[in-house]
Design a protein around this ligand. Structure first.
Ligand code: MOS
Length: 750
């Protein structure tokens, strides 16, 4: 038997290319005669451009074109298809309206990047400025439109005889009420957003980072008024997505339209500064939580309201209470509500567990406050309120071992040594505190297609148009292919990141692995069936005329009638270069279950008694993510997610100037994310228990490879979900100070 690579500690198949700097990212691709574009952005938050002076830029060396709003040469069109939520609702450089500070108002194209950037500095604009709407306190507030599934009313679930959530809270022995604020945060992927647009006749090839390659290609085609089949998107290597590469922003349409207008390839690489306003951010957010409980901490009511921004240029309603407060705990009374305020701000977007990270910061901090109010240990409090069915639907989980995450995490971390009393543990100048929080993230299976090609050299190519954001997608596809075919990993070639491949699962919502793996298995099964058919129908096959049912496939070979032959040798014998098996599925999973991944975070901090400096000194995360496909990649994803959580809690903050609508931070020195010196060793433990439902039934192997489901479930965002609350709860335990407005900076502890 060939040992399956599933669940082992596997090097990434693209690792060598990446560490040697030879993996080509979007901006690295060359094209003959490429022209270089540089965009110029608005310096007001709302209003109208009255004049743009391009004369000096046009006279500058190497300049080929200066496009300035309104510019009729670009020929961009609105999008009206089902994917329109994945793009903006205005057209760049189409008219003179300024919707936000940092919007594209002009673009210089020159022979070199430096010439374009130099000339861009010579472009001047005058405006008729209006005061932008920027505050979450502004009106009107619009509902998110998202409801609690299975609930008798839109956003409430009340026990029989209870009139309102307020009444339920009033009837509770203990009530905790708190408001949590967080500022605007940015995705800050390492790789800048870069686009190379090349036309060959009427066909456009675009190199750009995209999380949903097929949707990106369709949206771009509609922007340019061409057919989807006339766009090929290449997105092979991507330096981070985090939600910012879900959207077709202004950059690709501008580059592609300019390339069409100029009849030569155009490359547009946004500067780091421009990415802060042109590629999305996480909305600033206010959340109010009210928990009602008995004296021993058993919940009677949960109320979770939020107000977030809705920029006028894109539709992304934030609903942080959904899949957090409406999911995590057993409660007879529940009310969740998400409101948005339409503001003149740069486009916001899903960012790193978009609703779950902020939602769980609020809920899991409030639970810590309830633990303090009732005197119940935080882990015990969560076990007392443990849900075995999703409260709003009554549906059991496909697989849930969160209780084991709490217990194993507490054991690994040494939770029993914690003092419930704040400021009780001191080491010299340092106050030591420990806090914990839960993680929950929904698991959704998305539509996907996979093609497997068996070749006459005994290798196999597994193809699907997913995008690897740095998350391990290349390797996941290879592992799943090797497992399904029973051949060594090195004989499998993954092929991803090209919109012309079979439609891949979106690289969003921690779902690509569990959406893809079952289709790899299905494609392998179909390829093997085709191999058997070839074996019994080809005159040059040793099994010509036999029954396909009498042949057995195992470990890359067919066996029957006392002989064996590898698929490569059989293909060569019958004169075939290769054969295909494909599989597709519409997504979804059996409706009788709830699907989530779970986890528990435990954090230790040290806070300096004199300077109030906060150091995270230990962190343990135990995750329940179904079957582990690649232990190394899974651990890395969890560690990365926890690092996000630490940044969320302690560092990340883009200050919004309310008067101007300007985001104050525009580089990675001002916008702080954790660096290695901020991060301790992070202890990650994966339960590795297969989910028997999300990816289909288990245990029906039948002696044939390719018929097992692996039971994987999403893990990408579970490390980010809840980890910020664990940090904040540890800070409270160290200091006795509850900081409810993020980030928790030392000035708030003075
Ligand atoms: Mo994500 S924030 O689901 O790209």
């Amino acid at each position: 038997m060939t040992a399956s690579p599933v669940g082992r500690d596997i090097d990434r198949v693209d690792g060598r290319l990446k560490v040697t700097g030879t993996a080509p990212y979007s901006g690295d691709y060359p094209a003959p005669n490429t022209a270089h574009a540089h965009v110029i952005t608005s310096t007001i938050g709302r209003g109208t451009i009255t004049r743009i002076d391009t004369a000096a830029a046009l006279a500058s060396p190497g300049v080929l074109r200066v496009y300035a709003a309104p510019d009729p040469r670009l020929k961009l069109y609105p999008v009206a298809n089902e994917y329109r939520a994945f793009t903006e609702n205005y057209l760049p450089l189409k008219d003179s309206t300024v919707h936000f500070h940092g919007q594209v108002i002009a673009m210089v194209v020159a022979e070199t990047f430096e010439q374009a950037r130099d000339a861009a500095a010579l472009v001047t604009a005058t405006y008729d400025a209006q005061k932008p709407r920027t505050s979450l306190k502004d009106e009107p507030r619009v509902p998110s439109g998202r409801t609690v599934s299975g609930s008798p009313s839109d956003s409430k679930m009340l026990a029989p005889g209870v009139d309102s959530i307020d009444a339920a809270l009033a009837a509770s022995d203990v009530v905790v009420k708190a408001t949590y604020e967080q500022p605007i945060q940015n995705h800050v992927a390492m790789e800048p957003h870069a686009v190379l647009a090349v036309w060959h006749g009427g066909h456009l090839t675009v190199h750009a980072g995209a999380q949903i390659p097929y949707a990106y290609a369709i949206l771009l085609a509609q922007r340019l008024d061409i057919l989807p089949q006339d766009v090929t998107l290449i997105t092979k290597y991507v330096g981070g997505g985090f939600g910012a590469r879900v959207v077709l922003w202004s950059d690709a349409p501008l580059a592609a339209a300019a390339a069409r207008d100029m009849d030569r390839p155009v490359k547009l690489i946004l500067t780091r500064e421009q990415m802060f306003t042109l590629t999305g951010h996480r909305s600033h957010l206010t959340q109010t939580i009210r928990l009602g409980a008995s004296r021993d901490g058993v919940l009677n009511a949960i109320s979770h309201d939020s107000v977030a921004e809705m920029p006028t240029t894109i539709n992304f309603p934030m609903t942080p209470a959904h899949s957090t407060s409406d999911t995590l705990y057993r409660t007879p009374n529940l009310s969740v509500d998400a409101k948005m305020v339409m503001l003149d701000l740069p486009g916001s977007r899903a960012m790193r567990a978009p609703n779950e990270a902020p939602g769980l910061f609020a809920l899991e901090t409030a639970m810590d406050e309830l633990a303090v109010a009732t005197g119940v240990d935080p882990v015990e409090l969560r076990l007392r309120n443990y849900a075995t069915v999703k409260p709003t639907t009554g549906l059991p989980w496909s697989s849930k071992h969160l209780d084991d995450c709490y217990r194993i995490g507490a054991e690994r971390f040494g939770w029993s040594k914690r003092s419930a009393k704040p400021r009780a543990r001191v080491d010299g100048q340092w106050l030591i505190g420990a806090g914990m929080a839960s993680a929950v993230y929904p698991a959704t299976r998305h539509p996907a297609s996979v093609r497997i090609r068996l070749l006459d050299d005994d290798t196999a190519v597994v193809s699907t148009a997913i995008s690897d954001l740095g998350t391990g997608g290349w390797t996941m596809v290879a592992i799943a292919g090797a497992d399904a075919l029973g051949i060594p990993l090195k004989r499998v070639t993954p092929e991803i990141g090209d919109s012309k491949l079979p439609q891949g699962a979106p690289a969003v919502a921690s779902s690509a692995t569990h959406s893809t793996v079952p289709l790899v298995i299905g494609a392998a099964r179909n390829a093997i069936a085709e191999l058997k058919r070839l074996a019994v129908t080809s005159p040059d096959s040793p099994w010509h005329g036999a029954n396909a049912e009498d042949l057995r496939y195992e470990d890359g070979s067919l066996h029957g009638d006392g002989r064996s032959m590898s698929f490569g040798r059989l293909l060569a014998a019958v004169g075939s270069r290769g054969l295909n098996g494909t599989a597709s599925a519409p997504g979804g999973a059996p409706a009788e279950y709830s699907y989530h991944s779970f986890g528990a975070h435990f954090c230790e901090v040290r806070v300096n008694r004199f300077t109030c400096e906060i150091r995270v000194t230990r962190f343990t995360t135990v995750a329940d993510i179904g079957r582990v496909i690649n232990a190394r990649a899974a651990r890395s994803q969890l560690v990365g997610g926890v690092v996000f959580g630490i940044g969320h809690a302690l560092l990340e903050h883009n200050h919004l100037e309310l008067d101007t609508g300007r985001l104050a931070s525009s580089n990675m020195a001002d916008y702080m994310v954790p660096v290695n010196a901020d991060i301790p060793d992070i202890d990650v433990h994966l339960l590795d228990r297969p989910d028997p439902q999300l990816t289909g039934p288990l245990g029906d192997d039948g002696g044939e490879v390719g018929t097992r489901s692996l039971g994987a479930r999403g893990l990408g965002e579970i490390g980010t979900s809840g980890s910020a609350a664990a940090v904040g709860n540890a800070v409270f335990n160290a200091t006795g100070i509850r900081v409810r407005d993020l980030p928790i900076t030392l000035d708030k502890l003075l």
